[in-house]
Design a protein around this ligand. Sequence first.
Ligand code: NAD
Length: 485
Amino acid sequence: MTGFSSLLAAVPTGLWIDGTTRESCSGRRFDIVNPATGTVLTTVANGSVADARHALASAAEVQPAWAATAPRERSEILRRAWELVMERSEEFAQLITLEMGKPLAESRGEVVYGAEFLRWFAEEAVRIGGRTATAPSGNGHIAVIKEPAGPALAITPWNFPLAMGTRKIGPALAAGCTIIVKPAEDTPLTMLLLAHVFAEAGLPRGVLSVLPTLDAPDVVGTLMKDRRLRKVSFTGSTAVGKKIIEQSADQILKSSMELGGNAPFIVFDDADIEDAVDGAMAAKMRNGGEACTAANRLLVHNSIREEFTRALCDRIAATTVGPGYEDDVTLGPLINAKQRNAVAALVDEAVAAGARVRTGGTPIDGPGYFYQPTVIDNVPAGARILSEEIFGPVAVITGFDTEAEVVASANDTDYGLAAYFYTQNLDRASRVARALEFGMVGVNRGIISDPAAPFGGIKQSGLGSEGGSEGIEEYLNTKYIALTP
Ligand code: NAD
Protein backbone atom coordinates (compact mmCIF):
# COMPACT_ATOMS: atom_id res chain seq x y z
CA MET A 1 0.00 0.00 0.00
CA THR A 2 2.87 2.34 0.68
CA GLY A 3 3.44 2.39 -3.07
CA PHE A 4 0.22 4.35 -3.46
CA SER A 5 0.87 7.06 -0.91
CA SER A 6 1.90 9.63 -3.54
CA LEU A 7 -1.22 8.85 -5.59
CA LEU A 8 -3.41 9.33 -2.52
CA ALA A 9 -1.57 12.48 -1.47
CA ALA A 10 -2.33 14.06 -4.85
CA VAL A 11 -5.94 12.95 -5.24
CA PRO A 12 -8.49 15.76 -4.79
CA THR A 13 -10.74 15.24 -1.75
CA GLY A 14 -12.80 18.43 -1.63
CA LEU A 15 -16.21 19.00 -3.22
CA TRP A 16 -15.98 20.17 -6.82
CA ILE A 17 -18.42 23.05 -7.24
CA ASP A 18 -18.39 26.02 -9.59
CA GLY A 19 -14.99 25.09 -10.97
CA THR A 20 -13.15 24.93 -7.65
CA THR A 21 -12.36 22.52 -4.87
CA ARG A 22 -13.94 23.44 -1.57
CA GLU A 23 -14.72 22.07 1.86
CA SER A 24 -18.30 21.31 2.81
CA CYS A 25 -20.33 24.14 4.39
CA SER A 26 -20.81 21.73 7.28
CA GLY A 27 -17.03 21.41 7.72
CA ARG A 28 -17.48 17.64 7.89
CA ARG A 29 -15.47 14.94 6.10
CA PHE A 30 -15.92 11.19 5.87
CA ASP A 31 -13.62 8.19 5.52
CA ILE A 32 -12.86 6.32 2.32
CA VAL A 33 -11.90 2.75 3.13
CA ASN A 34 -9.70 0.30 1.26
CA PRO A 35 -11.94 -2.80 0.96
CA ALA A 36 -8.88 -5.06 0.73
CA THR A 37 -7.71 -4.09 4.23
CA GLY A 38 -10.59 -2.29 5.95
CA THR A 39 -8.25 0.65 6.64
CA VAL A 40 -8.88 4.32 5.86
CA LEU A 41 -7.30 5.55 2.62
CA THR A 42 -8.22 9.20 3.02
CA THR A 43 -11.15 11.44 3.91
CA VAL A 44 -13.47 13.36 1.61
CA ALA A 45 -15.58 16.49 2.17
CA ASN A 46 -19.14 15.54 3.10
CA GLY A 47 -21.45 17.59 0.88
CA SER A 48 -24.38 19.19 2.70
CA VAL A 49 -27.76 20.46 1.58
CA ALA A 50 -26.27 23.99 1.39
CA ASP A 51 -23.48 22.70 -0.86
CA ALA A 52 -26.06 21.00 -3.08
CA ARG A 53 -27.97 24.28 -3.45
CA HIS A 54 -24.71 26.02 -4.32
CA ALA A 55 -23.89 23.40 -6.99
CA LEU A 56 -27.37 23.74 -8.51
CA ALA A 57 -27.23 27.54 -8.47
CA SER A 58 -23.98 27.37 -10.37
CA ALA A 59 -25.30 24.72 -12.82
CA ALA A 60 -28.46 26.78 -13.46
CA GLU A 61 -26.50 30.00 -13.91
CA VAL A 62 -24.23 28.62 -16.64
CA GLN A 63 -26.85 26.36 -18.27
CA PRO A 64 -27.95 28.89 -20.95
CA ALA A 65 -24.36 29.67 -21.99
CA TRP A 66 -23.39 26.00 -22.08
CA ALA A 67 -26.49 25.13 -24.13
CA ALA A 68 -25.52 27.89 -26.57
CA THR A 69 -21.94 26.62 -26.97
CA ALA A 70 -21.23 25.28 -30.45
CA PRO A 71 -21.64 21.49 -30.52
CA ARG A 72 -18.17 21.30 -32.05
CA GLU A 73 -16.72 23.08 -29.01
CA ARG A 74 -18.51 20.73 -26.60
CA SER A 75 -17.29 17.83 -28.69
CA GLU A 76 -13.70 18.99 -28.48
CA ILE A 77 -13.79 19.40 -24.72
CA LEU A 78 -15.12 15.83 -24.41
CA ARG A 79 -12.50 14.55 -26.80
CA ARG A 80 -9.75 16.32 -24.88
CA ALA A 81 -11.07 14.84 -21.61
CA TRP A 82 -10.94 11.38 -23.20
CA GLU A 83 -7.32 11.97 -24.21
CA LEU A 84 -6.38 13.17 -20.73
CA VAL A 85 -8.04 10.20 -19.00
CA MET A 86 -6.17 7.86 -21.36
CA GLU A 87 -2.88 9.69 -20.69
CA ARG A 88 -3.48 9.26 -16.96
CA SER A 89 -5.04 5.82 -17.26
CA GLU A 90 -2.70 4.13 -14.78
CA GLU A 91 -3.48 6.72 -12.12
CA PHE A 92 -7.24 6.23 -12.68
CA ALA A 93 -6.88 2.44 -12.64
CA GLN A 94 -4.94 2.44 -9.38
CA LEU A 95 -7.47 4.75 -7.76
CA ILE A 96 -10.37 2.54 -8.85
CA THR A 97 -8.63 -0.52 -7.39
CA LEU A 98 -7.82 1.27 -4.15
CA GLU A 99 -11.32 2.53 -3.45
CA MET A 100 -13.39 -0.25 -5.04
CA GLY A 101 -11.15 -3.31 -4.79
CA LYS A 102 -11.24 -4.92 -8.25
CA PRO A 103 -7.97 -6.31 -9.70
CA LEU A 104 -5.80 -3.76 -11.47
CA ALA A 105 -6.23 -5.49 -14.84
CA GLU A 106 -10.00 -5.03 -14.54
CA SER A 107 -9.61 -1.41 -13.43
CA ARG A 108 -7.50 -0.77 -16.53
CA GLY A 109 -10.33 -2.27 -18.56
CA GLU A 110 -12.82 0.02 -16.82
CA VAL A 111 -10.70 3.07 -17.62
CA VAL A 112 -10.72 2.25 -21.33
CA TYR A 113 -14.45 1.47 -21.25
CA GLY A 114 -15.34 4.47 -19.07
CA ALA A 115 -13.23 6.93 -21.06
CA GLU A 116 -14.76 5.68 -24.29
CA PHE A 117 -18.10 7.23 -23.31
CA LEU A 118 -16.35 10.60 -23.51
CA ARG A 119 -14.96 9.89 -26.97
CA TRP A 120 -18.20 8.33 -28.19
CA PHE A 121 -20.31 11.28 -27.03
CA ALA A 122 -17.74 13.74 -28.40
CA GLU A 123 -18.69 12.18 -31.73
CA GLU A 124 -22.43 12.27 -30.99
CA ALA A 125 -22.39 15.94 -29.88
CA VAL A 126 -22.10 17.07 -33.50
CA ARG A 127 -24.89 14.76 -34.73
CA ILE A 128 -27.90 15.99 -32.76
CA GLY A 129 -30.71 15.77 -35.25
CA GLY A 130 -34.26 16.95 -35.76
CA ARG A 131 -36.68 16.81 -38.69
CA THR A 132 -38.98 18.85 -40.83
CA ALA A 133 -42.15 17.84 -42.62
CA THR A 134 -44.92 19.43 -44.56
CA ALA A 135 -48.14 19.37 -42.55
CA PRO A 136 -50.53 16.83 -44.17
CA SER A 137 -53.18 19.55 -44.30
CA GLY A 138 -50.87 21.63 -46.48
CA ASN A 139 -51.25 24.31 -43.84
CA GLY A 140 -47.65 24.86 -42.84
CA HIS A 141 -44.47 23.07 -41.85
CA ILE A 142 -43.63 20.92 -38.90
CA ALA A 143 -40.14 21.56 -37.53
CA VAL A 144 -38.83 19.31 -34.78
CA ILE A 145 -35.73 20.38 -32.91
CA LYS A 146 -33.83 18.94 -29.95
CA GLU A 147 -32.87 21.07 -26.98
CA PRO A 148 -30.80 20.29 -23.87
CA ALA A 149 -33.05 19.09 -21.06
CA GLY A 150 -31.21 21.41 -18.70
CA PRO A 151 -29.47 21.05 -15.35
CA ALA A 152 -29.18 17.33 -14.65
CA LEU A 153 -28.46 15.31 -11.53
CA ALA A 154 -26.56 12.01 -11.83
CA ILE A 155 -26.54 9.53 -8.95
CA THR A 156 -24.03 6.69 -9.38
CA PRO A 157 -23.14 3.38 -7.67
CA TRP A 158 -19.76 2.17 -6.43
CA ASN A 159 -19.19 -0.85 -8.66
CA PHE A 160 -17.76 1.05 -11.66
CA PRO A 161 -16.51 4.31 -10.10
CA LEU A 162 -15.45 5.83 -13.45
CA ALA A 163 -17.73 4.29 -16.07
CA MET A 164 -21.03 4.84 -14.25
CA GLY A 165 -20.17 8.54 -14.13
CA THR A 166 -18.85 8.99 -17.67
CA ARG A 167 -21.88 7.13 -19.09
CA LYS A 168 -23.97 10.07 -17.80
CA ILE A 169 -21.51 12.97 -18.03
CA GLY A 170 -20.61 12.21 -21.67
CA PRO A 171 -24.14 12.45 -23.09
CA ALA A 172 -25.16 15.28 -20.75
CA LEU A 173 -22.29 17.53 -21.83
CA ALA A 174 -22.69 16.54 -25.48
CA ALA A 175 -26.38 17.47 -25.35
CA GLY A 176 -25.59 20.86 -23.77
CA CYS A 177 -26.71 20.05 -20.21
CA THR A 178 -24.92 21.03 -17.05
CA ILE A 179 -24.66 18.18 -14.57
CA ILE A 180 -24.14 17.53 -10.86
CA VAL A 181 -22.77 14.10 -10.04
CA LYS A 182 -23.43 12.52 -6.67
CA PRO A 183 -21.02 9.58 -6.61
CA ALA A 184 -21.46 6.60 -4.28
CA GLU A 185 -20.14 7.26 -0.79
CA ASP A 186 -17.74 4.27 -0.98
CA THR A 187 -15.97 5.44 -4.16
CA PRO A 188 -15.99 9.22 -4.74
CA LEU A 189 -12.27 9.66 -5.42
CA THR A 190 -12.34 8.62 -9.09
CA MET A 191 -15.11 11.12 -9.93
CA LEU A 192 -13.30 13.93 -8.09
CA LEU A 193 -10.18 13.24 -10.13
CA LEU A 194 -12.28 13.21 -13.31
CA ALA A 195 -13.70 16.65 -12.46
CA HIS A 196 -10.15 18.02 -12.34
CA VAL A 197 -9.38 16.40 -15.69
CA PHE A 198 -12.43 18.09 -17.20
CA ALA A 199 -11.25 21.46 -15.88
CA GLU A 200 -7.90 20.83 -17.57
CA ALA A 201 -9.76 19.91 -20.75
CA GLY A 202 -11.33 23.38 -20.76
CA LEU A 203 -14.79 22.71 -19.35
CA PRO A 204 -16.19 26.02 -18.09
CA ARG A 205 -16.89 26.46 -14.37
CA GLY A 206 -20.26 25.22 -13.08
CA VAL A 207 -20.96 22.87 -16.01
CA LEU A 208 -19.89 19.83 -13.96
CA SER A 209 -20.05 19.53 -10.18
CA VAL A 210 -19.13 16.51 -8.08
CA LEU A 211 -20.80 16.27 -4.71
CA PRO A 212 -19.81 13.35 -2.48
CA THR A 213 -22.02 13.02 0.58
CA LEU A 214 -23.04 10.67 3.36
CA ASP A 215 -26.46 12.33 3.39
CA ALA A 216 -27.74 11.16 0.00
CA PRO A 217 -31.47 11.21 0.86
CA ASP A 218 -31.36 14.86 2.07
CA VAL A 219 -28.98 16.14 -0.61
CA VAL A 220 -30.76 14.37 -3.48
CA GLY A 221 -34.21 15.18 -2.04
CA THR A 222 -33.34 18.89 -1.84
CA LEU A 223 -32.09 19.00 -5.42
CA MET A 224 -35.09 17.10 -6.76
CA LYS A 225 -37.54 19.52 -5.12
CA ASP A 226 -35.78 22.52 -6.68
CA ARG A 227 -37.48 23.67 -9.87
CA ARG A 228 -34.15 24.60 -11.45
CA LEU A 229 -33.34 20.87 -11.76
CA ARG A 230 -34.80 19.39 -14.96
CA LYS A 231 -33.37 15.90 -15.26
CA VAL A 232 -32.32 13.01 -13.04
CA SER A 233 -30.34 9.96 -14.09
CA PHE A 234 -29.90 7.23 -11.50
CA THR A 235 -27.85 4.02 -11.50
CA GLY A 236 -28.20 1.79 -8.49
CA SER A 237 -30.52 -0.64 -6.79
CA THR A 238 -34.14 -1.04 -7.78
CA ALA A 239 -35.23 -0.24 -4.20
CA VAL A 240 -33.55 3.20 -4.23
CA GLY A 241 -34.57 3.73 -7.87
CA LYS A 242 -38.20 3.41 -6.84
CA LYS A 243 -37.71 6.13 -4.22
CA ILE A 244 -36.11 8.44 -6.80
CA ILE A 245 -38.97 7.80 -9.23
CA GLU A 246 -41.45 8.72 -6.47
CA GLN A 247 -39.56 11.92 -5.75
CA SER A 248 -39.33 12.75 -9.46
CA ALA A 249 -43.15 12.89 -9.58
CA ASP A 250 -43.10 16.14 -7.64
CA GLN A 251 -41.72 18.11 -10.58
CA ILE A 252 -42.41 15.49 -13.31
CA LEU A 253 -38.63 15.34 -13.77
CA LYS A 254 -37.33 13.71 -16.91
CA SER A 255 -35.83 10.48 -15.52
CA SER A 256 -33.47 7.71 -16.57
CA MET A 257 -33.11 4.64 -14.38
CA GLU A 258 -30.43 1.94 -14.62
CA LEU A 259 -31.38 -0.49 -11.87
CA GLY A 260 -30.71 -3.98 -10.62
CA GLY A 261 -30.69 -7.24 -12.56
CA ASN A 262 -31.10 -10.99 -12.16
CA ALA A 263 -29.40 -12.19 -15.32
CA PRO A 264 -29.96 -15.75 -16.53
CA PHE A 265 -27.00 -17.44 -18.21
CA ILE A 266 -28.31 -20.37 -20.25
CA VAL A 267 -26.15 -23.18 -21.64
CA PHE A 268 -27.98 -25.35 -24.19
CA ASP A 269 -26.92 -28.93 -24.92
CA ASP A 270 -25.61 -27.83 -28.35
CA ALA A 271 -23.24 -25.22 -26.85
CA ASP A 272 -19.45 -25.32 -27.01
CA ILE A 273 -18.90 -26.10 -23.33
CA GLU A 274 -15.42 -24.63 -23.11
CA ASP A 275 -16.64 -21.35 -24.60
CA ALA A 276 -19.60 -21.38 -22.25
CA VAL A 277 -17.32 -21.82 -19.23
CA ASP A 278 -15.18 -18.90 -20.42
CA GLY A 279 -18.34 -16.83 -20.81
CA ALA A 280 -19.63 -17.86 -17.39
CA MET A 281 -16.34 -16.84 -15.75
CA ALA A 282 -16.61 -13.43 -17.40
CA ALA A 283 -20.32 -12.95 -16.75
CA LYS A 284 -20.11 -14.18 -13.14
CA MET A 285 -16.66 -13.46 -11.72
CA ARG A 286 -15.69 -10.21 -13.47
CA ASN A 287 -15.89 -7.30 -11.02
CA GLY A 288 -16.21 -9.92 -8.26
CA GLY A 289 -19.78 -10.53 -9.41
CA GLU A 290 -20.61 -6.96 -8.38
CA ALA A 291 -22.17 -5.94 -11.69
CA CYS A 292 -25.80 -5.31 -12.58
CA THR A 293 -25.21 -7.48 -15.65
CA ALA A 294 -23.60 -10.31 -13.64
CA ALA A 295 -24.95 -13.79 -14.34
CA ASN A 296 -27.18 -14.49 -11.35
CA ARG A 297 -28.62 -17.84 -12.42
CA LEU A 298 -26.65 -20.37 -14.48
CA LEU A 299 -29.25 -22.56 -16.23
CA VAL A 300 -27.51 -25.56 -17.78
CA HIS A 301 -29.06 -28.38 -19.83
CA ASN A 302 -29.22 -31.49 -17.64
CA SER A 303 -27.30 -33.61 -20.17
CA ILE A 304 -24.17 -31.42 -19.79
CA ARG A 305 -24.74 -29.97 -16.34
CA GLU A 306 -22.18 -32.10 -14.47
CA GLU A 307 -19.50 -31.62 -17.14
CA PHE A 308 -20.09 -27.85 -17.16
CA THR A 309 -20.11 -27.64 -13.34
CA ARG A 310 -16.82 -29.51 -13.03
CA ALA A 311 -15.16 -27.39 -15.69
CA LEU A 312 -16.36 -24.22 -13.98
CA CYS A 313 -15.09 -25.44 -10.58
CA ASP A 314 -11.70 -26.20 -12.19
CA ARG A 315 -11.51 -22.70 -13.61
CA ILE A 316 -12.46 -21.22 -10.25
CA ALA A 317 -9.77 -23.25 -8.52
CA ALA A 318 -7.27 -21.24 -10.59
CA THR A 319 -8.58 -17.91 -9.23
CA THR A 320 -6.17 -15.94 -7.07
CA VAL A 321 -8.01 -13.98 -4.40
CA GLY A 322 -6.36 -10.97 -2.78
CA PRO A 323 -5.93 -7.19 -2.83
CA GLY A 324 -6.53 -6.00 -6.39
CA TYR A 325 -3.22 -4.11 -6.50
CA GLU A 326 -1.15 -7.26 -5.85
CA ASP A 327 0.37 -9.13 -8.80
CA ASP A 328 -1.57 -12.04 -10.28
CA VAL A 329 -4.73 -11.39 -8.23
CA THR A 330 -7.83 -12.21 -10.29
CA LEU A 331 -10.53 -11.68 -7.64
CA GLY A 332 -10.58 -8.77 -5.23
CA PRO A 333 -12.62 -8.09 -2.08
CA LEU A 334 -16.29 -7.14 -1.93
CA ILE A 335 -16.92 -3.45 -1.43
CA ASN A 336 -17.70 -3.50 2.30
CA ALA A 337 -18.69 -5.70 5.25
CA LYS A 338 -22.40 -5.15 4.60
CA GLN A 339 -22.11 -6.49 1.06
CA ARG A 340 -20.00 -9.46 2.14
CA ASN A 341 -22.50 -10.31 4.89
CA ALA A 342 -25.38 -10.05 2.40
CA VAL A 343 -23.66 -12.52 0.03
CA ALA A 344 -22.86 -14.88 2.92
CA ALA A 345 -26.47 -14.78 4.11
CA LEU A 346 -27.81 -15.69 0.65
CA VAL A 347 -25.46 -18.69 0.42
CA ASP A 348 -26.03 -19.82 4.01
CA GLU A 349 -29.81 -19.71 3.59
CA ALA A 350 -29.67 -21.71 0.36
CA VAL A 351 -27.36 -24.30 1.93
CA ALA A 352 -29.59 -24.60 5.01
CA ALA A 353 -32.48 -25.29 2.62
CA GLY A 354 -30.57 -28.12 0.92
CA ALA A 355 -28.27 -26.53 -1.69
CA ARG A 356 -24.92 -28.25 -2.29
CA VAL A 357 -21.60 -26.34 -2.20
CA ARG A 358 -19.37 -27.48 -5.06
CA THR A 359 -16.56 -25.08 -4.23
CA GLY A 360 -16.06 -22.13 -1.84
CA GLY A 361 -19.09 -21.16 0.20
CA THR A 362 -17.64 -19.08 3.02
CA PRO A 363 -16.14 -15.64 3.71
CA ILE A 364 -12.36 -15.49 3.99
CA ASP A 365 -11.02 -14.62 7.45
CA GLY A 366 -8.58 -11.79 7.93
CA PRO A 367 -8.58 -8.12 7.05
CA GLY A 368 -10.66 -6.90 4.12
CA TYR A 369 -14.02 -8.07 2.84
CA PHE A 370 -13.18 -11.22 0.90
CA TYR A 371 -15.53 -14.04 -0.03
CA GLN A 372 -14.43 -17.29 -1.67
CA PRO A 373 -15.36 -17.77 -5.31
CA THR A 374 -18.21 -20.21 -4.99
CA VAL A 375 -20.31 -22.64 -7.00
CA ILE A 376 -23.51 -24.12 -5.59
CA ASP A 377 -26.13 -26.39 -7.11
CA ASN A 378 -29.24 -28.32 -6.05
CA VAL A 379 -30.73 -25.05 -4.87
CA PRO A 380 -34.36 -25.60 -3.92
CA ALA A 381 -36.97 -23.59 -5.86
CA GLY A 382 -38.04 -20.54 -3.91
CA ALA A 383 -34.59 -19.89 -2.36
CA ARG A 384 -33.88 -16.16 -2.11
CA ILE A 385 -30.57 -16.61 -3.99
CA LEU A 386 -32.53 -17.45 -7.16
CA SER A 387 -34.68 -14.32 -7.14
CA GLU A 388 -32.39 -11.66 -5.60
CA GLU A 389 -29.32 -10.03 -7.04
CA ILE A 390 -26.31 -11.84 -5.48
CA PHE A 391 -23.71 -9.13 -6.20
CA GLY A 392 -20.83 -11.41 -5.26
CA PRO A 393 -18.62 -14.22 -6.69
CA VAL A 394 -21.23 -16.95 -6.28
CA ALA A 395 -22.39 -19.06 -9.24
CA VAL A 396 -25.71 -20.84 -8.78
CA ILE A 397 -26.26 -23.74 -11.20
CA THR A 398 -29.70 -25.16 -12.01
CA GLY A 399 -30.61 -27.77 -14.62
CA PHE A 400 -33.31 -27.77 -17.32
CA ASP A 401 -34.61 -30.14 -19.99
CA THR A 402 -36.40 -28.13 -22.68
CA GLU A 403 -36.01 -24.79 -24.42
CA ALA A 404 -39.55 -23.76 -23.50
CA GLU A 405 -38.93 -24.60 -19.85
CA VAL A 406 -35.68 -22.62 -19.64
CA VAL A 407 -37.04 -19.55 -21.45
CA ALA A 408 -40.01 -19.49 -19.06
CA SER A 409 -37.78 -19.83 -16.02
CA ALA A 410 -35.29 -17.20 -17.33
CA ASN A 411 -38.16 -14.75 -17.76
CA ASP A 412 -39.68 -15.56 -14.36
CA THR A 413 -38.19 -12.53 -12.59
CA ASP A 414 -39.21 -8.95 -11.87
CA TYR A 415 -35.93 -7.83 -13.45
CA GLY A 416 -35.16 -7.45 -17.15
CA LEU A 417 -31.61 -6.13 -17.61
CA ALA A 418 -29.23 -8.66 -19.20
CA ALA A 419 -29.50 -12.30 -20.29
CA TYR A 420 -26.94 -14.63 -21.87
CA PHE A 421 -27.16 -17.91 -23.70
CA TYR A 422 -24.87 -20.36 -25.46
CA THR A 423 -25.92 -22.44 -28.46
CA GLN A 424 -24.45 -23.33 -31.83
CA ASN A 425 -27.84 -23.56 -33.48
CA LEU A 426 -28.65 -20.42 -35.47
CA ASP A 427 -32.44 -20.94 -35.45
CA ARG A 428 -32.41 -21.36 -31.72
CA ALA A 429 -30.18 -18.28 -31.30
CA SER A 430 -32.64 -16.12 -33.17
CA ARG A 431 -35.71 -17.62 -31.45
CA VAL A 432 -34.37 -17.45 -27.89
CA ALA A 433 -32.88 -13.94 -28.29
CA ARG A 434 -36.38 -12.69 -29.12
CA ALA A 435 -38.15 -14.73 -26.45
CA LEU A 436 -36.01 -13.44 -23.57
CA GLU A 437 -37.67 -10.47 -21.84
CA PHE A 438 -34.51 -8.46 -21.19
CA GLY A 439 -33.12 -5.17 -22.46
CA MET A 440 -29.80 -6.78 -23.47
CA VAL A 441 -29.04 -10.30 -24.65
CA GLY A 442 -25.58 -11.81 -25.16
CA VAL A 443 -25.38 -14.71 -27.62
CA ASN A 444 -22.32 -16.91 -27.10
CA ARG A 445 -20.60 -14.21 -25.07
CA GLY A 446 -20.36 -13.31 -21.42
CA ILE A 447 -19.59 -9.58 -21.76
CA ILE A 448 -21.95 -7.29 -23.64
CA SER A 449 -21.26 -3.72 -22.54
CA ASP A 450 -20.18 -1.42 -25.37
CA PRO A 451 -20.29 2.40 -25.30
CA ALA A 452 -21.63 2.33 -28.87
CA ALA A 453 -24.62 0.14 -27.90
CA PRO A 454 -27.72 1.09 -25.89
CA PHE A 455 -27.38 -0.19 -22.33
CA GLY A 456 -30.61 -0.49 -20.37
CA GLY A 457 -33.24 -2.69 -18.86
CA ILE A 458 -36.96 -3.32 -18.94
CA LYS A 459 -39.42 -4.31 -16.18
CA GLN A 460 -37.94 -3.37 -12.78
CA SER A 461 -34.45 -2.97 -14.25
CA GLY A 462 -35.02 0.53 -15.48
CA LEU A 463 -36.16 3.21 -17.84
CA GLY A 464 -34.21 4.47 -20.85
CA SER A 465 -30.80 3.65 -22.31
CA GLU A 466 -27.24 4.83 -21.82
CA GLY A 467 -24.61 4.72 -24.54
CA GLY A 468 -25.18 4.27 -28.25
CA SER A 469 -26.97 6.91 -30.27
CA GLU A 470 -29.90 6.42 -27.86
CA GLY A 471 -27.93 7.68 -24.82
CA ILE A 472 -27.91 11.36 -25.78
CA GLU A 473 -31.69 11.40 -26.24
CA GLU A 474 -32.07 10.99 -22.48
CA TYR A 475 -30.63 14.52 -22.11
CA LEU A 476 -32.59 16.17 -24.92
CA ASN A 477 -36.13 17.55 -25.05
CA THR A 478 -38.12 17.47 -28.28
CA LYS A 479 -39.62 20.79 -29.39
CA TYR A 480 -42.14 21.12 -32.20
CA ILE A 481 -42.27 24.45 -34.01
CA ALA A 482 -45.29 25.05 -36.20
CA LEU A 483 -44.39 27.23 -39.20
CA THR A 484 -46.77 28.86 -41.58
CA PRO A 485 -46.15 28.02 -45.27
P1 NAD B 1 -27.67 1.91 -4.16
O1 NAD B 1 -29.02 1.97 -4.76
O2 NAD B 1 -27.56 1.58 -2.71
O3 NAD B 1 -26.94 3.32 -4.32
C1 NAD B 1 -26.78 3.94 -5.56
C2 NAD B 1 -26.61 5.42 -5.36
O4 NAD B 1 -27.80 5.95 -4.77
C3 NAD B 1 -25.47 5.79 -4.42
O5 NAD B 1 -24.86 6.95 -4.91
C4 NAD B 1 -26.17 6.09 -3.12
O6 NAD B 1 -25.49 7.01 -2.30
C5 NAD B 1 -27.47 6.69 -3.61
N1 NAD B 1 -28.58 6.58 -2.67
C6 NAD B 1 -28.81 5.58 -1.79
N2 NAD B 1 -29.96 5.82 -1.12
C7 NAD B 1 -30.46 6.98 -1.60
C8 NAD B 1 -31.63 7.74 -1.33
N3 NAD B 1 -32.52 7.36 -0.40
N4 NAD B 1 -31.83 8.88 -2.03
C9 NAD B 1 -30.95 9.25 -2.96
N5 NAD B 1 -29.84 8.59 -3.27
C10 NAD B 1 -29.59 7.46 -2.59
O7 NAD B 1 -26.84 0.93 -5.07
P2 NAD B 1 -25.33 0.47 -4.92
O8 NAD B 1 -25.28 -0.51 -3.79
O9 NAD B 1 -24.42 1.65 -4.88
O10 NAD B 1 -25.07 -0.27 -6.32
C11 NAD B 1 -25.47 -1.54 -6.56
C12 NAD B 1 -26.77 -1.56 -7.34
O11 NAD B 1 -26.62 -0.80 -8.54
C13 NAD B 1 -27.14 -2.95 -7.80
O12 NAD B 1 -28.50 -3.18 -7.62
C14 NAD B 1 -26.80 -2.93 -9.29
O13 NAD B 1 -27.51 -3.85 -10.05
C15 NAD B 1 -27.11 -1.53 -9.65
N6 NAD B 1 -26.42 -1.15 -10.89
C16 NAD B 1 -27.14 -1.01 -12.01
C17 NAD B 1 -26.52 -0.68 -13.21
C18 NAD B 1 -27.30 -0.53 -14.47
O14 NAD B 1 -26.78 0.09 -15.38
N7 NAD B 1 -28.50 -1.05 -14.59
C19 NAD B 1 -25.13 -0.48 -13.23
C20 NAD B 1 -24.41 -0.63 -12.05
C21 NAD B 1 -25.08 -0.96 -10.88
